[in-house]
Design a protein around this ligand. Structure first.
Ligand code: GDP
Ligand code: CA
Length: 327
């Protein structure tokens, strides 16, 4: 058994949680029992919102539920076996958003969270508290304790909360740009910079580069921490064969003028040797032809299967990322 490496993963919701499960699985397969001490996940909070008086943290909840094994794997979000009685009642009152469903069990999470926030606890403290219910096998940190909800600005200047653009309009309204209000004044949540500095490997999950990883990198201090750490920084492409796998990340990439290609996303993150972030980039076998282009950016390409269709494949992908990081 090797010494337990310290791994930091930057993650969004669905792609992020599958990858984090994979990393936990890969660490376990190496005989590491106390994965919570080895694995820190910095989660995007740009998707967060206030709705019907409660605070939602969709990506934090997706990662928490997935690690706890209580997520709805078929639907892809929320709790397994949830019901929608409270949601029906909210709709009858005309409260909230008719196109945004809140499950009953999920609402329990939001109410608990909101209560603790109202009592004066920070999001970091609330997430820490919520991590005790199930043995997650990872330490979760929000990217920041500040509220920096993502706003989408359309070409005609209309501003929508990210969730309205994403969930109600399914990302079909062409976006001009994304903004995280107040992010220039935000700081990384306690522990984020330290975890990156002390890491043996930093992994960018195959999450949405624009609205999941993008906001994390936009918190002042995070990019500098990634550039300064002695740990290798390894990213995993969310694009396979020129397509997004789940979700609508292509619409987000189009808005910022980036092609939906594994090489273009690598270029967006950039090479650490050239002012960017990446030492290595995992590409799918379907995109093997792009390896030369990635190498040309100064990023080491690693061609490997990227489909996270089950726990074993996700763990194999995570193991490839760890090996690429030299741990
Ligand atoms: P969200 O916050 O729920 O949108 O989830 P994330 O931002 O964490 O992840 C969304 C991204 O995950 C999408 O851009 C997908 O392309 C990517 N993704 C989903 N499943 C897979 C997979 O099996 N393999 C890879 N490489 N990427 C995936
Ligand atoms: Ca998300």
């Amino acid at each position: 058994m090797r010494d337990s490496p310290r791994i930091v993963v930057l993650a969004g919701g669905v792609g992020g949680s599958r990858f984090v499960l994979g990393v936990r699985g890969a660490l376990r397969a190496r005989g590491i029992r106390d994965t919570a001490s080895a694995l820190t996940v910095v989660v995007n909070t740009g998707d967060d919102l206030w709705l019907s008086g409660v605070r939602l943290q969709p990506d934090v909840d997706s990662v928490t539920y997935a690690l706890a094994g209580v997520n709805d794997t078929e639907r892809g979000w929320g709790r397994q076996g949830d019901s929608e009685r409270v949601n029906e009642e909210l709709q009858a009152w005309g409260a909230g958003w008719p196109w945004f469903t809140l499950g009953d069990l999920d609402l329990g999470t939001h109410i608990a969270r909101t209560g603790w926030l109202r009592d004066g606890h920070t999001p970091t403290q609330v997430i820490e508290r919520m991590s005790h219910r199930w043995p997650l096998g990872a330490r979760l940190l929000p990217m920041t304790d500040a509220e920096v909800d993502t706003v989408v600005i359309l070409h005609d200047g209309t501003r929508l909360h990210f969730q309205e653009w994403w969930t109600r309009h399914r990302a079909t309204l062409p976006a001009a740009r994304f903004e995280n209000l107040g992010i220039a004044d935000a700081s990384p949540a306690p522990g984020v910079v330290e975890a990156v500095a002390q890491a043996d490997a930093v992994l960018l999950a195959p999450s949405n580069p624009v609205v999941s990883i993008g906001p994390i990198l936009a918190v002042p201090g995070v990019r500098d921490a990634l550039r300064a750490t002695s740990a290798p920084v390894v990213g995993v492409s969310p694009i396979i064969g020129g397509r997004v796998v789940r979700g609508m990340a292509d619409a987000c990439l189009a808005a910022i003028g980036v092609e939906t290609s594994a090489a273009a996303v690598a270029d967006l993150y950039g090479a650490r040797g050239d002012g960017g972030l990446l030492d290595a980039w995992l590409l799918a076998e379907e995109d093997g032809a792009l390896a030369g282009e990635v190498a040309g950016f100064g990023i080491r390409p690693v061609v490997t299967p990227l489909w996270m269709t089950d726990a074993a494949r996700s763990a194999a992908l995570a193991e490839s990322a760890l090996i690429a990081a030299g741990v």
